[in-house]
Design a protein. Structure first.
Length: 234
């Protein structure tokens, strides 16, 4: 499981995970010393030896909650002795948040272009919260239509989930976003949803998206990268 805290990403692995490389995890104290000195380059990766106790949970919670660290393009992987300890840790850690669900889609057309929205100075994917009484699939379709103005969208397979944290009304939330593959027509009329601060919506080729990707959220970049890999291997 990977949790995104704005630009910071936090993931969890076990010592016996199959890897193509070897590394020696540092301590949490060493991680913080590195952070206070500053990153050497964007998307820097750290491997940190994890502990399964309440104090360590609080340290990770504080890491994701600190706005200074949330702004860094940083990847931290916490390494546990076993997969069982990861699951126990995550079950306890998630209790610190109010959990919510959202849904969205990667919409493509017959030209293999992707439907993107420009929201708060970032190109991103259409998504939004699940409303009471609707299914996750219904929410995904509704949000895509509302945010982009496209009227005819066909639902395909589910692609997976992502997780991100945010603070609202003094409470930290952990949101699970459910992503679906969808399709539409290149000549469809598009209309950005202004009330959601969406300034623009357009079809982008893969090359166009890659040029803009660094301005987007790491979460969205991961979803798009996984889709590129999936389509190349199918």
């Amino acid at each position: 499981m990977k949790i995104f805290a704005l630009n910071l990403s936090i993931s969890f692995a076990s010592h016996n995970s199959k890897r193509s490389y070897e590394f020696e995890p540092i301590s949490f104290e060493e991680l913080m010393a590195h952070l206070f000195k500053g990153l050497e380059f964007p998307d820097q990766q750290f491997y940190v030896l994890a502990e399964n106790n309440e104090q360590f949970q609080q340290e990770i919670f504080d890491l994701q909650a600190n706005e200074l660290w949330r702004e860094l393009d940083l990847n931290v992987e916490f390494v546990f002795p076993s997969e069982e300890q990861i699951q126990k840790f995550l079950a306890d850690f998630r209790e610190r948040f109010r959990e919510t669900d959202a849904a969205g889609g990667i919409v493509t057309n017959e030209k293999d272009e992707f439907l993107m929205i420009y929201n708060r100075k970032r190109w991103t994917l259409p998504k939004g919260g699940v409303e009471w009484g609707e299914s996750i699939e219904e929410a995904a379709l509704r949000e895509v239509k509302e945010e982009t103005g496209i009227e005819e969208v066909k639902m395909h397979e589910k692609l997976g989930e992502t997780y991100h944290t945010f603070r609202r009304r003094g409470k930290w939330n952990l949101k699970t976003t459910h992503w679906y593959k969808m399709s539409g027509k290149a000549d469809a009329e598009l209309n950005p949803q202004a009330e959601e601060d969406i300034e623009d919506v357009k079809w982008m080729s893969r090359e166009e998206w890659l040029k803009e990707s660094k301005t987007s959220y790491p979460l969205v970049r991961q979803v798009m990268e996984q889709e590129f890999f999936r389509t190349q291997t199918n």
